[in-house]
Design a protein around this ligand. Structure first.
Ligand SMILES: [Zn+2]
Length: 83
């Protein structure tokens, strides 16, 4: 598991911004957790952050959330599964 997945330190802001950029380019591969706002891959069953099972897969929602997370460095995670 990549360190930035669990670590919310601000020193990882650039990683988050880069991930958000990738997510915004292929939003159809992601969805937003309704429980905590994390972005996970579309094949994720349960949120790794809050263990919720409800997700919003709307592409505009995913893009907006990715930009929000990159900018505000919130507690919510960005998906680590970007292979
Ligand atoms: Zn969640």
């Amino acid at each position: 598991m990549p360190p930035y997945f669990m670590n919310e330190s601000s020193e990882y802001t650039s990683d988050r911004a880069r991930q958000a950029e990738k997510i915004a380019l292929t939003p159809q591969e992601y969805k937003v957790c309704e429980g905590c706002g994390s972005i996970v891959t579309e094949r994720t069953v349960a949120c790794p952050s809050c263990h919720a099972y409800l997700f919003d897969a709307a592409t505009d929602r995913v893009i907006a959330q990715a930009k929000l997370l990159a900018k505000r460095n919130q507690n919510a995670v960005l998906s680590s599964d970007l292979t």
